[in-house]
Design a protein around this ligand. Structure first.
Ligand SMILES: [Zn+2]
Length: 203
């Protein structure tokens, strides 16, 4: 029905989270009918994402250089607590709630029910390394698993807890307030601060 470039645009954009074929088609025509500068700006933004964004070598949050990010590099943060999140946008939601002052670790995904081994994209070995490499006064004392209360979040938390047990670090998970099946990313600040404050130790 559509010419090839439009069809391809729709196919590519329909794969993005939260966008289906109908929204992708609307986007395509909105962009086509709008001024060229919008298409040019978007093209530049995509290119910049592709080449200018790096990852913090410690927490794997996005960064614009090769060094540590502004969380890992900030001496004012509580360096004894590490908060494990599924994705960057969860970190941003937690940070905006204003109650958490420790460090982060972005896993880059969650276990799914079909996984039989650690999915390669998950930064679990990197988390273990961070915990093992810190000794003495700098040692981490608590790992907060700020994973969404879903089946995948539960599977991941369970696996991480087993993995962390030999390291003898306190492992906690977000407490009350977050309804089952919800996503950390979309929690409001009040719910999230309540969940952080009522976090429970996993034993
Ligand atoms: Zn970092």
């Amino acid at each position: 029905m559509y010419p090839k470039p439009v069809k391809e645009f729709i196919e590519k954009f329909a794969k993005l989270p939260g966008i289906g074929p109908r929204q992708a088609a609307r986007l395509a025509f909105w962009l086509l009918n709008g001024p060229e500068i919008i298409r040019q700006d978007l093209k530049n933004a995509f290119e910049s994402l592709n080449k200018d964004i790096k990852m913090c070598p410690l927490c794997h949050f996005v960064n614009d250089g090769d060094d540590k990010c502004h969380f890992c590099d900030n001496p004012a943060r509580d360096r004894k607590t590490i908060c494990v999140v599924e994705k960057e946008t969860d970190l941003v939601t937690i940070e905006k709630s204003g109650v958490y002052k420790g460090l982060y670790h972005v896993l880059g995904g969650l276990f799914s029910a079909l996984d039989t081994a650690i999915p390669k994209n998950l930064k679990m070995p990197e988390l273990i390394n961070r915990l093992e490499n810190k000794k003495g006064k700098e040692k981490f004392e608590e790992v907060i698993l700020a994973l969404s209360p879903t089946h995948e979040g539960d599977l991941t938390a369970h696996y991480l807890e087993k993995l962390l047990r030999p390291l003898k670090v306190k492992v906690t998970r977000l407490g009350r307030g977050l309804p089952y099946g919800s996503d950390v990313e979309f929690a409001d600040a009040q719910t999230l601060s309540g969940a952080l404050e009522s976090r429970k130790e996993i034993k």
